[in-house]
Write a protein that binds this ligand. Structure first.
Ligand code: TIU
Length: 221
């Protein structure tokens, strides 16, 4: 069954059976005070506007029985999967692996690493733990998508110019069609948010498509 997203730079046809919702890194470490995002010097409240649209798209995808995949950026407790360059970057007083108010920063199993309660994964929804910014690097995501015949990705999450953009670029090179939900992504830098969305849809959709949550929900529902 083919349906259409009203999107930019032009409408995108999709089949719900071969479409997955991918929610990138909606973790306490990025969205709540005292996590990795704060440690980097950011105002984390800037990301919170993405939560309600993301939840609305999540509810629609669940209702339509689409595949929903959540990702989390972070590292194993022994940090064997954390490049020393990533740990050292920024010269932070409290950085990756150090004790913060929500446990060890960006470490799996710690409170800060987990997904915010508003968007918590259902038991049947895969959670991809990724050591990098892109969700395809050093994960089973591609295998999981290919095994289920997925062709189209609806992408939400944070941050727009970092993990969302990196993942969309990785997906595009692998032949997936990505639709980024413009109000369900967020950045600590409003101008980066706007430009990151422009970059995706410029040049005839060089990396993919962009549409607001209302258009995505209308097409999925
Ligand atoms: N710093 C920043 O904007 N983002 C990240 O470090 N990770 C994600 O975007 N998930």
């Amino acid at each position: 069954m083919t349906r259409v997203f009203k999107a930019e730079p032009y409408d995108l046809g999709f089949d719900p059976a071969s479409t997955a919702l991918v929610i990138i890194d909606m973790q306490r470490d990025f969205l709540e005070p005292g996590g990795f995002g704060s440690m980097l010097g950011n105002d984390v409240s800037l990301l919170r506007s993405s939560i309600a649209p993301c939840k609305a798209v999540l509810d629609a995808a669940r209702k339509a029985k689409m595949l929903v995949i959540h990702t989390r950026e972070g590292h194993a407790p022994d940090m064997n999967d954390c490049p020393p360059s990533k740990k050292a970057r920024g010269g932070l007083k409290v950085g990756i692996g150090d004790a913060g108010p929500m446990g060890r920063v960006l470490i799996r199993g710690e409170k800060g690493h987990d997904i915010i309660p508003e968007l918590y994964p259902a038991p049947n929804e895969p959670v991809i733990d990724k050591p990098g910014k892109g969700a395809f690097f050093a994960t089973d995501l591609e295998l999981m998508l290919r095994n289920r015949g997925i062709k189209t990705l609806i992408v939400c999450g944070v941050t727009t110019e970092v993990c969302v953009n990196t993942t969309v670029r990785e997906a595009n090179d692998r032949g997936f069609e990505c639709l980024v939900v413009s109000d369900a992504v967020g950045s600590y830098f409003p101008e980066f948010n706007r430009i990151a969305l422009e970059m995706i849809k410029a040049q005839g959709g060089i990396f993919g498509w962009v549409a607001p949550s209302a258009a995505v929900i209308a097409a999925v529902g």
